[in-house]
Write a protein that binds this ligand. Structure first.
Ligand code: SF4
Ligand code: SF4
Length: 271
């Protein structure tokens, strides 16, 4: 959906900045085929204890909200994968025994993609658990041109990486499917969007399967259904081969444009 909306904008001469925020498994590049020209490592500062200065007082372990530092006898252990790089332990150490050293979490890449789309993505290193800092840095690093629309492709679900991705957006487009599973996740995502005071629209994917409960829920909540994507083998096959919905069904172009127009109308600024 995100890649097709980006191509739809580009076809109208309004090529957007596209940010793939699904940093655990970024795949929008398979569809938009960017040429990466810029790279930047993402790192955070994590503590390193100078043993010669440490008195094993335990203050650092007390203040760490994430159980990322522990004092065992005379030894201080730092579990870097739990560390949120908040700096509290360094600030609170009475002996000034803690230094901060950079730890690389992943990489940012950017470059031009199809039809003039500016593309950027974050990618976490294998085994790194913290997506938040990579997404935050991606959003700071890749800045849009004057008046350029930004499309952020968020990870699925409602966990911290999603919050980090959608925070500060103007509009949240939720893609669901008309099944009990889809409804369950949609309700959680709607709650999250409402917490962040975001206007919300819904796309029903695989329309034609399941039941009418998603539609009823959207009606009750006053959520506009902006698009229905039919349940079709051709779409599944095409996307599996790296083709966007727009490329598989060029006739969807008018409907995708209508989605953008409805979002623009709701925001008071047609795209
Ligand atoms: S707070 Fe400082 S001195 Fe105390 S155990 Fe931690 S590193 Fe050592
Ligand atoms: S920087 Fe923050 S999260 Fe990391 S070990 Fe220190 S107190 Fe814990």
């Amino acid at each position: 959906m995100a890649t097709s909306l980006a191509l739809s904008l580009a076809a109208d001469g309004k090529a957007p900045l596209f940010l793939d925020c699904d940093v655990e498994a970024p795949n929008a590049g398979l569809f938009l085929k960017p040429t990466f020209e810029q790279r930047s490592d993402v790192s955070v500062l994590i503590p390193r204890v100078e043993e010669a200065c440490c008195t094993s007082c335990g203050r650092c372990a007390e203040v760490c909200q994430y159980h990322a530092i522990a004092v065992l006898g005379k030894k201080v252990l730092v579990f870097s994968q739990l560390c949120h790089a908040c700096g509290s332990c360094r600030e609170q150490c009475p002996e000034d025994a803690i230094r901060e050293v950079p730890s690389v979490l992943g990489v940012l890449e950017a470059g031009p993609a199809q039809n003039g789309i500016a593309f950027a993505r974050g990618m976490m290193d294998v085994g790194e658990p913290m997506a938040g800092p990579v997404i935050r840095k991606l959003k700071q690093w890749a800045s849009p041109g004057d008046g350029q629309i930004v499309i952020l492709d968020a990870p699925p679900g409602t966990a911290c990486p999603v919050v980090e991705s959608i925070r500060g957006s103007d509009f949240l487009l939720l893609v669901t499917e008309p099944t009990p599973f889809g409804l369950h996740d949609l309700k959680l995502a709607v709650q999250l969007g409402q917490e962040l005071s975001l206007p919300i629209g819904v796309v029903i994917n695989r329309d034609g399967i399941g039941d009418a409960e998603v539609e009823q829920y959207c009606g009750t909540e006053g959520l506009p259904i902006l698009l229905r994507v039919p349940f079709e083998r051709a779409i599944a096959e095409g996307t599996a081969r790296g083709r966007t919905l727009l490329e598989i069904h060029p006739q969807m172009g008018a409907r995708l444009r209508a989605v953008l127009e409805q979002i623009g109308a709701r925001l008071g600024s047609p795209p």
